[in-house]
Every structure is written in C-alpha cells, then in structure tokens.
Design a protein around this ligand. Sequence first.
Ligand code: 5GP
Ligand code: ZN
Length: 117
Amino acid sequence: MSGEPQDDCLFCKIVEGHVPATIVRETETTLAFRDINPQAPTHILVIPKAHHVDAATLAAEAPQLAADVLRETQAVADEEKLESYRVVFNTGSGAGQTVWHAHAHVLGGRGLHWPPG
Ligand code: 5GP
Ligand code: ZN
C-alpha cells in the first residue's frame, strides 16, 4: 500500500537504516542524503520517509508531505551554501527514474545548463 514501507525498495531500506547512506539532514517526515553517483559537486537526494512511487503520486496522496520535501530542498541548499541550484524529480523510466520511491535531486556547485539532457 502506498505510504507503507516496501521490502524491495532501496530508499525504504535507507530510511530503515538497513542500507547505509551519508545522511545530511533528517526531519520527522523526510531524509536527505548524498547521491552515490554525484552529477555535480553537491548532489543530494531528499525523500519522504513514507513510500510513494513518484513525485506526482506523492503530491496527490500526501500533499503536506510533498511540501515537506520541497521545503527540505531549500534547507539542503542553504546548508550547502548554494546560491543557485536545481531541483529535479525524474518521473518515469523515459525521464531517467530508476528508484520508485519519490525523491528530489538537489544539484549545485557548478554551472547548470538549460535545457537539461
Ligand atoms: P533516479 O534515477 O530514480 O531519478 O535517481 C535515483 C538516484 O539514486 C540516482 O541518482 C542514483 O545514483 C542514486 N542511488 C542509487 N542507488 C543508491 C544508493 O544505494 N545510495 C545512494 N545514496 N544513492 C543511490
Ligand atoms: Zn520506498
């Protein structure tokens, strides 16, 4: 069921402490940790602790939690002293989503081109 921990979900395992991660921030409802394969000097993932498959599902099922995630992207950027940064929610395999637990990528620390690839 959406919102419940999923046995086969990598990010649920990180939330539960069963898979290690470099955690940079934690709130009651969210977790922020460094991406294992960084695409910029700062590359941090912000996730809801509860399992929702993607950002749109999260926004529809738990809008307050979606707001918590967005607020945390700003907190992460502040902590990393990023003046400019990009928040990305890859949604669907065609857009590069590989982990089916909603997550915001916070990218910064270098120039970011537009449009993205
Ligand atoms: P997506 O491709 O779904 O938008 O993003 C998933 C992200 O999770 C990727 O950027 C990938 O590098 C990251 N990732 C995959 N496995 C792990 C892991 O075990 N630990 C951490 N910290 N990040 C991971
Ligand atoms: Zn999950």
